[in-house]
Design a protein around this ligand. Sequence first.
Ligand code: TRP
Length: 459
Amino acid sequence: MSTKTSAQRASFSGRLGYVLTTAGSAVGLGNIWRFPYLAAKYGGGAFLLVYLILVMTFGYTLIISETAIGRMTKKSPIGAFEHFGKGPSFRFGGWINAIIPMIIGPYYCVIGGWVLRYLAGYAAGGVKALSGDNYFSDFISDGVSVEGWFLVFALCTVVVIFFGVQKGVEKISRLMMPALVVLALLVAIYSVTRPGALSGVRYFLIPDIRHFSWMTVVAALGQMFYSLSCAMGILITYGSYMEKDVSIERSTSEVEFFDTAIAILAGLMIIPAVFAFSGNDAARNLQAGPSLMFITMPKVFGSMGMGTAIGIIFFLLVFFAALTSSISLAETCASTFEDELHMKREYASMIVTVLFIGLGTLSSLGFNVLKSVTILGMDFLDFFDFLSNSIMMPIAAIAICVLVLRSVTLKGIEEEVCKGGAKFKRKKIYTFIIKYLSILFLLVILASSVLNVLGIIHI
Ligand code: TRP
C-alpha cells in the first residue's frame, strides 16, 4: 500500500511540476495584455472562435510535437534539430526557433515597464490621474520616463539571469498565479455587471460573421503561438526536462486549458469595461491596440471603491506574471549562447543584457524620440511584434512540422507520446493536421501577412 502511494505521488508531482512550470511561462502579458486588445480589434466573438479552434487544432499539434521532440532528444532546439541531421536546413530550423525569444524578450520588457509605471502610479495614490483620458498617451510620449521604467523592468529580469535565483521567482509565481486568478475573477465580475457592459460581453462572446476578416485568422494564429509559447523552441527545452512516465498529451492539454482560460478571463475584464466606460467612443477604443489595457483598466479602477488598492494588486500581479515570463525568455537566450556559442554563463548573461537593452530601447523610444522612424509603416515595438509573431513563428512552425514528417516520423512521435502506457487520444486529429493541413495553412498565413505589409493585398 505504502509503495503504491509513494509511486503514485512521485509520478503525480512530476506531472504537476511540468504543468506548473510550463503554465507559469505561458501565462503572462500575452494573456492579460495582448489577447484582449487583439480580440477587441479583430472581431470580438469571431476572433475568440477562430482562436479557440486554432488552439485545439494547430496549437495542440505543435505543442505535442515540440514536447515530444524535446523529451526524445533531451536537447534544446538547436541541439534537437541537429540530433536528426547535420545539414544547413537542420541548423536553420534550430536557429530560427532560438532567435525568436531574442526578438520578443526586449519588447516584452518595454511593456513590463509600462506595467511598473502604473503600479508605481497606484502606489503613489494617483488613481484619479491614472484614469484620465490622456494619461497613457502623455506617458508614452515622454521618452525619459518610458525608457527609465523599461530599464527598471529589464534589470529586474537580467539580475535573475546573472544570479540564477530562478527557484525563488518560481516560488513567488506559484503563489501569485492563484491570486491572479481570484483577482481576475473579481474584476471580471465587476466589469460585466457595469451598466452598458452587456453589449461588450456580447461582442466578445458571440461570433458575428460581419466582424470576421482574414486578418482575424492571421492575428489569432500569431496570438496562439505567442500565448502558448509555441514555435520558438521553449517547449522543446521544457519537454527535455520531462520524465518518461509523464503523459505528454494530458499535461500539454492542461497547459492549453489553463492558458486559454486566463486569456478569456482577461477578455471579460477588459472588453465589457470598454463598452461600459467609453460610451460613444467604444468603437474607437476597441481599436486602441497595445494601449488598451492601460486605458480601460484604470477607468474601471477609477470608478470603483478601493480603486487604489485594487489597482495596486492588479498591476502587481500582472508585473509578476510578466516578470516570470520575461525571465524565462531571457534564460532561453542565455542558454542558447552558452550551449551553442560556448560562452561562459556571465558572458552569455552580459550579451543578453546588451541585446535586451539595445533592442528594447528602440521599442521604447519608438513612441517619442524616434517617432518619425517607421519600418513598413510600423513603430519599432509593433514591428518586432509583427516580425516575430507573423513572420518568424510561422516559419519556425513549418520547420517543426517538416522535422516531424521527414525525420522524427509520426511513428516516432506516437511512440514518445505513448511512453509509460500513456494514451494518445487525439492521434487522428494530430495526424490529419500535421500531414495535410499544417504546412499549407502556415504558408498561406505567412504569404498573406507578408503581402499585406508590403501593401500588395489588403486584409
Ligand atoms: N507566452 C507568454 C505570454 O503569454 C509570452 C512568451 C512568449 C513567453 N514566448 C515565451 C514566455 C517564452 C516565456 C518563454 O505572455
